[in-house]
Ligand binder design. Structure first.
Ligand code: 5GP
Length: 196
């Protein structure tokens, strides 16, 4: 890609937890050098296999709140009670200064805020599970959740599914390979204007 044609654009994959957006986003990052992943900040505990600065910027609750106070976030949400997640302005600036198109993996409220702020320069894709039952099963299969956090996630999922019509595109994640191909087409077409 020629640097002259670079525009400050971004693509957001949003979905209820467990709909498969992380798998899609990871696939696209591997596929395309021109994408840079927006590493969010959070105060939740680091999971096994996660890395500081790669998966998240892991902050204490105090640090997170201080950054809210200092207006360092483009958007932030208390996704679960006491668990904060947010996109730092500095992260967006960092990626755009590297001439990367930014890809986000964030929940629906954050996705709405990003769309509001960036308008046509943002493309928001809502990843939809084939059914609520399948989604609940996927969440259970993950085994990263305790019984209580699973319940919290299921409650939230039901509300999040109602957002589907607020975004630019609905991507139904039924057969993963097909979904990944469709996500590639969407990405190329948004950044490079290819027809789909
Ligand atoms: P997890 O704890 O499973 O990594 O993430 C929980 C939820 O928070 C997921 O839906 C994830 O996409 C979302 N999330 C991650 N980073 C951000 C962020 O910066 N802002 C918002 N609004 N949500 C985020």
């Amino acid at each position: 890609m020629s640097k002259e044609t670079f525009q400050e654009k971004l693509i957001v994959f949003t979905a209820p937890s467990g709909a498969g957006k992380t798998t899609i986003v990871r696939h696209l990052i591997k596929q395309y050098d021109f994408l840079g992943f927006s590493v969010s900040a959070t105060n939740r505990k680091m999971r096994e296999g996660e890395e500081e600065g790669k998966d998240y910027y892991f902050l204490s609750t105090e640090e997170f709140k201080e950054k809210i106070h200092q207006q360092e976030f483009v958007e932030w949400e208390e996704v679960y009670s006491g668990q904060y997640y947010g996109t730092l302005k500095s992260e967006i600036e960092r990626l755009w200064s590297l001439k990367k198109y930014i890809i986000f993996d964030i929940e629906v409220n954050g996705a709405s805020s990003i769309k509001e702020k960036f308008g046509d320069n943002a493309h928001v894709v809502f990843v939809k599970p084939p059914s609520l039952e399948i989604l609940i099963q996927r969440l259970k299969n993950r085994k990263t959740e305790t019984e209580a956090s699973l319940k919290k996630r299921i409650r939230r999922v039901k509300r999040e599914l109602s957002f589907e019509n607020s975004f630019d595109y609905i991507l139904v994640n039924d057969v993963l390979d097909t979904t990944l191909k469709e996500a590639e087409v969407l990405t190329e077409s948004f950044f490079f204007g290819k027809l789909i």
